[in-house]
Design a protein around this ligand. Structure first.
Ligand code: COA
Length: 243
């Protein structure tokens, strides 16, 4: 599949700098840069990864980094980046990444596939399995869909609408690749707000405190979820009923 630009837009950063941004496919030659953004800004911040304690164990970080690298190289994975739009058309600094994986009834997603070595990755797999979208999609008669694998924006470029653009691009990619739906666990306020803005449908509410009790981990809602929807994470699905 050739690399494609899904959208371009401009935004004013809080320091007054106007940035011209582009949402485009992650080039194969830049996969390592994409992975590094996940390692630097996703592993230590994303709600489930924090609860599983990934960033407290270097071995777990290394294991998850390998998994993310393999996933981003997997042809079933579709990843887009946000980068500054350059006049020469080249891909500059990567400031955001959004990935999703094609899940079918016969092909479970990578988290369930993998052989987990560290305790932290085992815990993460359990948490993810409990919140899996596969059964929900089956109930909705959707045989295959793109499941969100992760989205991250560099802290210097947050609140510029990049996550919202990522969700738009996910839907455009579904149409372009003839995939009937996409869904994701929206595990923080910003992604929940972006999903709401894009009219994604909530198909599952996960009580994080209950999930935490089940697997002996703590979801710290004071840090991650307090301003809205206290105890809940949720999953969104955008269905293209006319396909
Ligand atoms: C989640 C993340 C990708 C959001 O990226 P972003 O580009 O800053 O998001 P957007 O700018 O599109 O913001 C979407 C909405 O959330 C709001 N928002 C953003 N950060 C927020 C915060 N910390 N608290 C409350 N609202 C917030 C924005 O104002 C916007 O709402 P608005 O349009 O009504 O103003 C980014 O915060 C991140 O990388 N977090 C760490 C990794 C992570 O948790 N990923 C989420 C996995 S689902």
């Amino acid at each position: 599949m050739s690399e494609r630009v899904w959208s371009t837009f401009q935004a004013m950063r809080s320091d007054g700098l106007l940035v011209r941004l582009s949402i485009q496919d992650l080039p194969k030659t830049r996969i390592d840069d994409g992975v590094q953004l996940f390692v630097d800004n996703f592993f230590s911040e994303e709600t489930f990864l924090v609860a599983a304690g990934i960033s407290r164990n270097p071995e777990a970080i290394a294991e998850l980094k390998t998994l993310v690298t393999e996933s981003l190289k997997d042809p079933a994975c579709h990843s887009v980046i946000c980068c500054e739009k350059r006049v020469d058309g080249k891909v500059g600094r990567i400031i955001g990444v959004s990935s999703m994986i094609l899940v079918t009834e016969v092909r479970p997603d990578n988290m369930q596939d993998m052989k987990r070595k560290t305790k932290e990755l085992q815990t993460l797999s359990q948490l993810m399995e409990d919140a899996s979208l596969l059964n929900i999609m089956k109930k909705l008669n959707i045989s295959h869909f793109y499941e969100g694998f992760g989205a991250v924006v560099h802290p210097e470029f947050r609140r510029l609408g990049i996550m919202t653009e990522f969700l738009k691009a996910r839907c455009l990619a579904c149409v372009a690749h003839n995939v009937p739906a996409t869904g994701a666990l929206m595990t923080c306020i910003a992604s929940q707000k972006a999903a709401e803005k894009e009219n994604w449908e909530t198909v599952l509410n996960v009580d994080l405190q209950e999930l935490g009790r089940k697997y002996g981990v703590i979801f710290d809602n004071k840090i991650y979820l307090k301003p809205i929807r206290d105890l809940f994470s949720y999953v969104c699905v955008d269905r293209f009923l006319d396909l």
